[in-house]
Design a protein around this ligand. Structure first.
Ligand code: AP5
Length: 218
């Protein structure tokens, strides 16, 4: 099954994808995590992306499409994937459709996580993530067992460079301008399922699984 998780910054895409990938045994990728890994490794992609990411801007489409397509191609043995944070522009969505169509494949479902702006800002302002495995936590809503230490791999937890107030504001603006129109794009294709992203992490995870089961049983 090929699934896209759409939603604004802080909606919980990464949190939910890490649960869903286990629940339905399907590989997943976050374009933001891929970029952060490239930055950590100081690759050309990472160096080019850093300048955009720290300002809350989107990385140019050509660089992003190439990076994510390489990840998808590396999973040819699997009959599906979960995408978090890609596509988030119209050219990215078209490039993904065309690449899949060449293999007689397509997206099966797009889940749109809906969360109000005040809650998004609360979530992003308390977020800390693991420098090693990139799992995210929240100082109030989802704290780690030991402060500053990842539950999964014992990596160091830190605040993302783009979770400051100015960058969050810019990321939200960019989301409404460039990514929100994709809701309509996928809705017109009959692929969209709206999910309420408010409530506890477990409640949202259950809604996502329900949404997937109901949409595939129709
Ligand atoms: P990316 O890393 O994708 O950031 P984003 O889309 O802004 O999304 P976030 O990671 O901020 O939020 P999330 O929805 O995953 O929330 P999370 O689960 O962490 O992208 C970063 C940058 O990379 C972009 O700005 C851009 O520069 C570049 N980039 C990436 N993809 C690109 C693309 N396709 N094209 C161009 N550029 C691209 O949750 C947030 C917090 O809330 C956490 O603390 C979590 O613990 C907490 N939380 C989650 N769910 C709940 C809940 N139900 N209740 C309470 N708290 C919750």
């Amino acid at each position: 099954m090929r699934v896209i998780l759409l939603g604004p910054p802080g909606a919980g895409k990464g949190t939910q994808v890490s649960k869903l990938t286990v629940a339905i045994n399907t590989p997943s990728v976050s374009s933001g995590d891929l970029f952060r890994q490239h930055q950590k490794d100081q690759t050309d992609i990472g160096i080019q992306a850093q300048n955009y990411m720290k300002r809350g801007l989107l990385v140019p489409d050509d660089l992003t499409i190439k990076m994510v397509m390489e990840w998808i191609d590396s999973y040819t043995d699997s009959d599906g994937f979960l995408l978090d944070g890609f596509p988030r522009t119209y050219p990215q969505a078209v490039a993904l459709d065309e690449a899949l169509r060449q293999n007689n494949e397509g997206i099966d479902r797009v889940l749109n996580l809906k969360v109000g702006i005040d809650e998004l800002i609360n979530r992003l302002s308390g977020r800390i993530i693991c420098r090693n495995c990139q799992r995210s936590y929240h100082l109030t809503y989802a704290p780690p067992i030991s402060p500053g230490v990842c539950n999964e791999c014992e990596g160091e937890l830190y605040e993302r460079e783009d979770d400051n107030r100015d960058a969050v504001q810019k990321r939200l603006e960019v989301y409404f301008d460039e990514t929100e129109p994709l809701i309509n794009y996928y809705s017109q294709k009959g692929l969209l399922t709206e999910i309420s992203g408010t409530g506890s992490i477990e409640v949202v995870a259950a809604s996502i699984l329900d949404g997937l089961v109901n949409s595939t049983s129709k």
